[in-house]
Write a new protein. Sequence first.
Length: 394
Amino acid sequence: MQVAASGRNEKIKPGTPVKDAKKTLLFSPITTKSVTAHNRIVVAPMCQYSAENGRMNHYHLAHYGSLALKGPGTVIIEATAVEARGRISPNDLGLWEEAQVEPLRQVIEMIVSQGSIPGIQLAHAGRKASMGSPFSLNGYSLVPEEQGGWPEDVVGPSDLPFNDQHAKVHALTLAEMQDIKQAWVDAAKRALRAGVKVMQIHGAHGYLLSNFVSGNTNLRTDDYGGSFENRIRYPLEVIQAVRDVWPQDYPFWVRISSSDVKDGQAMSRDDNGWDIYQSIEYAKELKKIGVDVIDCSTGGNLDGIQYPAGPCWQVPYAEAVKKEAGIATGAVGIITKGTEAEDILQQGKADYVCVAREFLRDSGFVLTAADQLGVAVKWPNQYERAYRERAPKL
Ligand SMILES: Cc1cc2nc3c(=O)[nH]c(=O)nc-3n(C[C@H](O)[C@H](O)[C@H](O)COP(=O)(O)O)c2cc1C
């Protein structure tokens, strides 16, 4: 497929400040390992529930293409299942078989052609699998086998369902855990062949790896449950195995839920469950095995939690992990303005700013953020006539 590059003619990528533009951190390049993004804005992973048999299609090309062409430094493709039963819904993306590689490669090619760094989030839904997408016939509810679900094959660290509306859970045996670890490795190799540069492991939101780390959802009595060291053991083994096959000079991210927020208080302690204090210790271990960036999300592991959500509400987690564990972080969560993003970076609270829903409202969020900060940035060549009096003199 031939893809017209929107910034290539002048060798300037959309979303790059033009000559003499105001200096900001948000619109400064950032290098992790051998990969340099031209700005620090990241499209956070967002499930689109639009795949069939785990494969990307025209929808994904249009969706990711529309985001990439307006200049984000990095685009992280949505949760992509390492095995079929590790999908949240029957319409999730997957990388458990070869036929899923080529459609992904085409989308990656599109992202790269527009100047963004392509990333992907590999995932296993654990006990939250076999649910319908929000816009499927019956909405977010358990999908029975006759409608393409797999409610009898939903797995987790323990046989503890998320709630009565979710599947019963089969507690994984040690042999099954090894098989799933291998599935992560195989999926990572496929992602690499498709051209992905940034690996992100989904270790958040109540999916398999976050079920393991939290004592609220991991009731195992073997070496993989109980103490903090035991609860993080399996996620560390999986992440290490994927890190081993991911090029050492390519960036490697882990998204964590920084806390289960069990009592609704962002920073409260939950020693036997999961809290920010354990997340900091976990981040230190992740750093030791070669993880470069921790993307600090929150929650999703327990039913019925009232989150203290508001503008930038999860940023203190990114700040705590960055400062206490000494590792780069991504901040995420209701960051909707360029000025907020710049403040986060200026105050040293995170290294990357990850934005999700605002990109769905405004696919040109990067250009909007630049406007809000008074930074003149390159627009896509094809869109420059719309730049009116703000058009950079190139
Ligand atoms: C439609 C949608 C799909 C999402 N899918 C994922 C996903 O695949 N993986 C993930 O880690 N988070 C997912 N999230 C969470 C976002 O990445 C992000 O953490 C969250 O929306 C908060 O950021 P925001 O306030 O900028 O939207 C999703 C969010 C939305 C709105």
